[in-house]
Ligand binder design. Structure first.
Ligand code: ADP
Length: 360
């Protein structure tokens, strides 16, 4: 396996943003992550210099790729705002840095991909990734060619949800071939770096890495690419939502009041970046006791439907809290594929039909 030291030595031949200082000494190089033959790092620079930064990015890739033990190098650019008076970090408090360098790339459609939809949630743990996986399968059941981009870079779930352990191949054209499961093309940062790797990336770095996964993966041909967003509505999510040409966003929430407040923030975030809201899904909507058949509204029920009506966005459907859903998700057999005749699979198919309709 290639070492960090070898990579830093190779990068010393690449001048940093000032054109003189070697990149590793310039302060612009992020931490370097190595996983098997995959090398991932980013370079920070002034967005006004985007053309120069792109050259530097390519030079860094060229320097690292020939090293023994390197299969692929994922080098991203991240934009740093120039220092501003009175703010030592260059970022006025509360104001996020915007966009990776190379904004010309932002929001351009992805070759061979019809529509990109985001599956998002106001906070973690509401079942966003489970929903994204099953919704993608149900859309495929509607006859669409579907892919999933796991953009939840802080906690990629798609390897677990689909039981995928392999590593994507890199083609001769230097394009990453996505893995496949149940007819879906799937790409996740979890395939490139180990799940244990703490992803302490800031917003623009996340958007930069996701841009690369959007553009340097052989998605073609797809009707729909489902993007599993990182949970929440902070800097990383906003920058990401801003940088993708989205045909629409699906918001997942539990019926709890607190989750609904977060879901509302999610809706506002997508409105801010002019992405149409396809609708809200209520997950963990109710619990039917497998022993006595009685229904328990553990987190309440109907909150998301009421909230959707209140804020004027479509309600797409509700998915109950059910052990089988957790078990199938955690064992890598999403319920729409493994138990297609279950009521939950049918509920996902109803939701998929509504999403398909909204897209057309
Ligand atoms: P998020 O992406 O919002 O963090 P996940 O999709 O990873 O959430 O789900 C979190 C946990 O909850 C997982 O263990 C998943 O299997 C479980 N889960 C999600 N939705 C349901 C549901 N409707 N019924 C039972 N378990 C669920």
């Amino acid at each position: 396996m290639v070492s960090k030291e070898e990579i830093i030595a190779a990068l010393a031949s690449v001048p940093g943003p000032d054109g003189r200082t070697p990149l590793p000494d310039s302060g612009a190089l992020s931490d370097i992550m190595i996983s098997g033959g995959r090398v991932v790092f980013s370079i920070t620079g002034d967005p006004a210099q985007s053309a120069k930064l792109e050259e530097m990015r390519l030079a860094a890739e060229r320097a690292v790729k020939p090293l023994a033990g390197v299969e692929t190098a994922l080098v991203t650019l991240t934009a740093e705002r120039p220092p501003q008076p009175g703010t030592p970090s260059g970022r006025p408090s509360g104001q996020p840095a915007r966009m990776r360098a190379g904004p010309a790339q932002a929001r351009t459609p992805i070759v061979g991909v019809g529509r990109v939809i985001a599956v998002a949630s106001g906070k973690g743990g509401v079942g966003k990734s489970t929903t994204a996986a099953n919704l993608a399968l149900a859309l495929a059941g509607e006859g669409l060619r579907v892919g999933i981009l796991d953009a939840d870079i802080y906690g990629p779930s798609m390897p677990r949800l689909f039981g995928l352990k392999g590593r994507p191949e890199v083609t001769e054209a230097r394009v990453i071939r996505p893995l496949e499961a149940h007819g879906l093309k799937i790409m996740s940062m979890g395939f490139l770096v180990s799940e244990e790797t703490a992803m302490v990336w800031r917003g623009p770095m996340v958007a930069g890495a996701v841009q690369q996964l959007l553009r340097e993966v052989a998605w073609e041909p797809l009707d729909v690419l489902v993007v599993d967003m990182p949970p929440g509505t902070g800097d990383a999510q906003l920058t990401l939502a801003q940088s993708i040409a989205l045909a629409g966003a699906v918001i997942v929430s539990t019926p709890q009041d607190l989750a609904l407040i977060d879901a509302r923030r999610g809706v506002e975030m997508f409105r801010k970046v002019n992405a149409p809201i396809l609708g809200i899904i209520e997950n963990m909507s109710m619990f039917i006791c497998p022993n006595c058949g009685a229904r328990h509204d553990i987190f309440g029920h109907g909150g998301a439907r009421r909230e959707a009506a209140r804020i004027g966005v479509p309600f797409l459907g509700e998915i109950p809290l059910e052990l089988a859903l957790r078990e199938t998700s955690d064992s890598g057999n999403p319920i729409v594929a493994s138990q297609p005749s279950s009521p939950i699979a049918a509920a996902y198919r109803d939701i998929a039909r509504r999403v398909k309709e909204a897209l057309s």
